[in-house]
Design a protein around this ligand. Structure first.
Ligand SMILES: CC(=O)NCCS(=O)(=O)O
Length: 349
């Protein structure tokens, strides 16, 4: 038994799991997403240079990655403070901040936001997708990567004593690269030492989540304490979804608030609407997976903050939950999804 056992680790220290309350398991507060910049459609360059005006809001929702300025959440600390206060007022208790090495994690800023707002913030250890791995990271052995991840949880990270409370989001693309496979194996090794929660960003292919689970399993990972993120843009066929659900991970629908006609990272994907996401959650609950479902917004661009006309971190609590209740999901099941499942996942073994 470790000192972490039975506890949840926030950026302000260990807390009792019962203190978490309603939890968004996949958000970002302070990060940059420059690695995913995509050139604007021809003719739209001028809009992309001057995006934050009311007449450009629709364009920005459709092309969030085509405007560099939109990719720096890290510049919005004051707006984020207001967002977190509003989240608390709406009944929120905890946010899992999924920013890992490669997308500009800022632990001191997270600690300050937690102090200022009273929201529990849990930081993520490990590495994002291959194109953000440095040459040094790519050369590291699985053992060295494991030691680094374990140290981020036990001792603190990025030159601070602030400790991470989950491993992830661990980034993978499709196909999964050799460097990403090493990080996945290191994640599993670190998890088996620490008994900690893990969260994964899969590549944009329906086969990606199952392949990741196989790699983690072979390396000794605990799938029952692992979250598969972004299922809303990854698995669409109900049969395939049930087959994946049967592998035993948590099933996360975390792009609530994202409505986009052409998904630039995979044009074959039809990004679902929030109504379609709720329908999929109702399907999973009906099929018996109410103890496995998790929800979030995965805010990672400025235009999704209320300051810029976006839905903010309270959208699920204020708008989606009432909709779920009209679609056959009970209050008891909503509480499982927003309180009990995150609490179970986040508690160290
Ligand atoms: C920050 C991050 O990785 N977001 C995921 C965006 S995606 O479109 O679902 O891949």
């Amino acid at each position: 038994m470790s000192v972490l056992s039975g506890k949840v680790q926030t950026v302000l220290g260990l807390v009792d799991p019962d203190q978490l309350g309603r939890t968004m398991t996949h958000e970002h507060l302070v990060m940059s997403f420059e690695c995913s910049y995509t050139a604007p459609p021809p003719g739209d360059e001028a809009v992309a240079e001057n995006p934050f005006q009311i007449q450009h809001m629709h364009w920005l929702r459709q092309h969030p990655y085509s405007c560099r300025e939109n990719l720096f959440l890290s510049q919005e600390l004051s707006a984020l403070r207001d967002e977190l206060l509003a989240y608390r007022k709406a009944g929120g208790g905890t946010i899992v901040e999924n920013t890992t090495t490669g997308i500009d994690r800022d632990l001191p800023a997270l600690r300050q936001l937690a102090k200022d707002t009273g929201v529990h913030i849990i930081a993520g250890a490990g590495y994002y997708i291959d194109c953000t791995h440095t040459e040094a990271t790519k050369k590291m052995s699985v053992e060295k990567l494991t030691d680094n991840i374990v140290s981020e949880v036990l001792h603190g990270t990025d030159g601070t004593d602030i400790r991470c409370g989950v491993i992830g989001e661990i980034g993978t693309g499709w196909p999964i690269t050799e460097s990403e496979k090493k990080v996945l194996r290191a994640t599993a090794h670190a998890q088996s030492q620490l008994g900690c929660p893990v969260i994964i960003h899969p590549g944009r292919d329906p086969a990606a989540p199952a392949e990741i689970i196989r790699i983690l399993q072979e390396a000794g990972g605990d799938i029952s304490k692992t979250v598969m993120s972004h299922l809303d843009r990854t698995i669409f066929d109900e049969g395939e979804l049930l087959e994946f659900a049967n592998m035993g991970s948590y099933l996360e629908y975390d792009l609530f608030g994202t409505e986009m006609l052409n998904y630039p990272f995979n044009l074959k994907v039809d990004m679902p609407s929030d109504s379609q996401r709720v329908r999929t959650l109702a399907f999973l609950v009906k099929e018996g997976y109410e103890d496995k479902v998790l929800m979030a917004h995965d805010i990672h661009t400025k235009n999704r903050l209320t300051k810029f006309g976006g839905h903010g971190y309270s959208h699920i609590l204020k708008n989606i939950v009432p909709k779920m209740l009209t679609r056959g999901i009970t209050q008891h099941q909503v509480d499982k999804i927003l309180i009990d499942n995150p609490k179970r996942w986040l508690t160290f073994k």
